[in-house]
Design a protein around this ligand. Sequence first.
Ligand SMILES: *Cc1c(COP(=O)(O)O)cnc(C)c1O
Length: 394
Amino acid sequence: MSSQSPKHIATKLVHAGRRSSEYHGVVNPPVLHASTILFDSLAELEKAGASAPGKVTYGRHGTPTRFLLEEAVAELEGGYGTLCVSSGVSAITNAILAFVKPGDHILITDSTYFPTRNLCNTFLKKFGVETEYYDPAIGGDIAGLIRDNTTLVWCESPGSLTFEMQDIPAIAKAAHARNVKVMLDNTWASPILCRPFELGADVSVQAGTKYIVGHSDVMLGTITTATEEDLLTIKKQVLISGDAVGPDDCYLAQRGLRTLAVRLKQHHESGLKVANWLQARPEVKRVLHPGLPDDPGHAIWKRDFSGACGLFSFVMQPVEKTQLANMVDHMELFGMGFSWGGFESLILPSDPTKIRTATKWDDDGQLVRLHIGLEDPDDLIADLEAGFERLKTA
Ligand SMILES: *Cc1c(COP(=O)(O)O)cnc(C)c1O
């Protein structure tokens, strides 16, 4: 292998973490269910430490089904290693808990996914960790917020619901100058569209639930680190938490992974087509999509990302609740529900005003988040157009 040229990511997606020759030539890794693992001798039993890499010692510590998914994700992210856990929120919780102690101060982007905030505002507060939220557009000025007891900076780019881009290299430079870890929630882009470690992240977290799984039927989280030392730190924390993702879910994630590149190409293309159409509509005040040339995050997106997924928001002109309900209750193709990243399109009215603390979201228009799935975008546009028509009849 070493004599061959480095492979493109679409090629890695097909081949990473399969090891068919070790499993009778079977193309996809086998599903190995286990709680008890039997040892041949007292000597083998005594060697069986939970943290031995790749060792199968107990079901909660993982079987090869999980280890092969971890191997694949680590290779795709370009990190040292990956741990798979049972949800994206578990990945976030374990990554943060691994690096904090009472008395620490942490910096979290104001545009972060709400459950990340919930962890900080409840458990971490009780545990004696102080959270400070910062403007996602802060860039290198994050240096001014770093204190002697700051241990980590949490980034998410683009941000949840409002899609602000962050200057990760500038943030990482300032953080590393003070020995502060940089963690990135890379769910929106996945390693296909954004290379977290090349931008300076120390830890990259993904809700595998979204595009890796890609079919709206599995909960899964991934935590990838740049170094062995950080991987071991997080592994100890995951062991404490007792988190254990099941082999069936890892198998489905492996299957989803193989088509990630082609799916994302279509999500990118269809998402931008719908975003452009929305921009020209009188019902729409603005579209929040970093792939649009007039988006405030466009320059950073162009510099750091190689594409967009199918998730973005738009802000409507102010509407009455009954009008909004009349629009979203009768969509033919867009489903209404949480999560995203599957093959199907979703619509989700949302309100960021009450969530923000470091920045103000004071738009009086209704925010609507869309996930553009793999349907033909012209049919999705027709569905949205009919929805806008229903605003008038409410
Ligand atoms: C959905 C999501 C998560 C959490 O993933 P779950 O698997 O639902 O726990 C984390 N971060 C982002 C950005 C998400 O959109």
